[in-house]
Design a protein around this ligand. Structure first.
Ligand SMILES: Nc1ncnc2c1ncn2[C@@H]1O[C@H](COP(=O)(O)OP(=O)(O)OP(=O)(O)O)[C@@H](O)[C@H]1O
Ligand SMILES: [Mg+2]
Length: 508
């Protein structure tokens, strides 16, 4: 026992001697530098390097920390055994996260990296304008030194991109509109249930549009390579109730874009229009509904000689929703012009921000200026037609849960015979189906009767009007075909002259 105490006393003596020796060799002012030196020596021999990404950078929130957290949440959900769950404001999705001091391996371009989530208690706070959280949170990224240059930049960019994608997917879509004083943009969550699945239209045309949209959304490098602004224009035209607005909602839901509903009659001049454009975010759809009623196309040449700032095109009176041709000129200070609108969709300003889709809708495509319709402005013209047989099948499936083969073959044949002749809109047909949705058989029989009745009525009225009507239809079709295949560089002046001629004829 005596020996034991004796050896303990000598160990303590050695330790005390070492401590005093260290204090002599490394005085306090040198101690930090010594630690650094040891760290460096350690770093020379280790094959890893470490990066700390703290939640708060000084007093600002570190964007990268949030991005890493979101990014890791996508892989954590499958593998983790203890996870933290969060649900952000304006979001309907729950995200997973690493709990404190948990680690996770990730692979990027064939290189494996290790993430560690480190949470420590913050020391007593000194005075700060912004109170800091009690916990200090951060991620440590460990990568092999040899992979540092290979992956660091591109890996962090990739994380930021992925995080943005996840954030967008989790967030509710927004619908922006102007307030009553024309102030931009008031947003509300956009929860329209219309999707391409519920949209009744020709399936071939539908998949064409869906492909076009996907190509656009994934086309960043293509647009960069070809030197084009990353934007696309769609013109939806057709009779009321054929699904133009429903199509816009389906587009937004399909791509996960926000919608900006631009009511041109609330905008006072071109510069306001430009400011509105600048305040829209990327990945959005800018919608101008009933474009033929929103601006009035008057004489551009006259405007240019009279007044240089306003080229003589103004709103049509909101009450005159029957279309253009009835204008108010520039009176009343309303000086939004066609050229302003063209610049909005196609000019230099249209490229501020990216990944934007412009959608115009109209019931009267023939009333629009060809300059507005040419390729590059409105790249795709989509005719929303009366309900066709394929569309009817979609409505029957949606409203009455009829699958292919459920309906009696004879009835289907009869429906197919009359549907085109009846010229009923999907809106009318869906109303009929909703009304009788509790009794499917009754719904189909009533639908068939209504279609027959309408077809007969159409046939009779067609006979009464006679050949003149047919010529009109032919003319209309020709016009439509010409507009459906717009030529690049369509001459703006020609179109204005044609319009002037038309106006003169009308006056005569
Ligand atoms: N193609 C369609 N597919 C599915 N439902 C449709 C379709 N067309 C119309 N509907 C139904 O009719 C309603 C009105 O349609 P929507 O508002 O999309 O028509 P619109 O073409 O925009 O009409 P308007 O020219 O008057 O603005 C929608 O709420 C939808 O339920
Ligand atoms: Mg509409």
């Amino acid at each position: 026992m005596k020996e034991y105490w004796g050896s303990l006393a000598s160990i303590l003596g050695v330790l005390a001697f070492c401590q005093s020796l260290l204090q002599v060799l490394f005085p306090p002012e040198l101690r930090f530098a010594t630690l650094k030196l040891f760290n460096r020596i350690f770093n020379v021999f280790t094959s890893y390097c470490y990066f700390d990404i703290t939640e708060i950078d000084g007093v600002n929130t570190n964007e990268l920390y949030n991005a890493v957290q979101l990014y890791l949440s996508s892989s954590v959900s499958i593998s983790g055994s203890r996870l933290s769950l969060t649900r952000a404001l304006n979001s309907s999705a729950i995200t997973f996260g690493l709990t404190s001091n948990d680690t996770l391996f990730d692979t990027f371009n064939g290189v494996t990296v290790l993430w560690e989530h480190i949470v420590t208690q913050r020391q007593a706070q000194t005075f700060s304008w912004r109170p800091l959280p009690d916990e200090k949170r951060g991620f440590t990224l460990r990568i092999k030194k040899k992979d540092k240059s290979l992956i660091l930049d591109s890996y962090l960019d990739y994380i930021m991109e992925k995080a943005n994608e996840i954030r967008r997917k989790n967030e509710d879509r927004l619908l922006g509109s102007l307030d009553s004083r024309g102030h931009p943009w008031e947003s509300v969550p956009f929860k329209h249930p219309s999707t391409f699945e519920t949209l009744a239209m020709d399936p071939v045309k539908k998949s064409e549009i869906m492909e076009d949209l996907k190509d656009f959304a994934n086309g960043q490098s293509f647009y960069l390579k070809t030197g084009r602004a990353w934007k696309r224009g769609y013109l939806l035209y057709g009779p009321p109730g054929t699904g133009k607005s429903s199509m816009i909602a389906a587009m937004a839901n399909y791509l996960g874009y926000d919608i900006y509903d631009l009511e041109l009659t609330e905008v006072h001049n071109n510069s306001e229009l430009r400011k509105l454009l600048m305040k829209t975010s990327s990945k959005s759809i800018i919608v101008i509904e009933d474009i033929d009623c929103s601006i009035h196309l008057s004489n551009r040449k006259k405007g240019s000689t009279n007044n240089s700032s306003s080229i003589g095109r103004s709103y049509c009176d909101p009450e005159m929703r029957s279309g253009p041709g009835v204008g108010t000129g520039d009176e009343g200070g309303n000086s939004i012009t066609l050229s302003g609108l063209l610049n909005f969709t196609d000019g230099l300003w249209s490229c501020c921000g990216s990944e934007r889709i412009f959608v115009f809708t109209t019931n009267h495509i023939d009333k629009l200026d060809p300059a507005l319709l040419r390729s590059g402005r409105m790249d795709m013209h989509v005719f929303m037609s009366y309900c066709s047989f394929p569309s009817l099948k979609i409505l029957l499936k949606n409203y009455l849960s009829f699958e292919e083969g459920d309906l009696d073959g004879e009835i289907l044949k009869k429906l197919e015979e009359v549907i085109d002749k009846a010229e009923m809109t999907p809106a009318d047909i869906s109303e009929l189906l909703i009304k009788n949705r509790r009794n499917k058989d009754k719904a189909v029989i009533e639908l068939l009767e209504t279609l027959k009745e309408k077809a007969e009525r159409k046939l009779k009225s067609g006979e009464c009007v006679g050949d003149k009507n047919l010529n009109d239809v032919e003319e209309e079709e020709q016009e439509k075909r010409a507009l459906e295949s717009p030529k690049e560089g369509c001459n703006f002046e020609d179109s204005i002259e044609k319009q002037e001629d038309d106006e003169e004829k009308k006056i005569k």
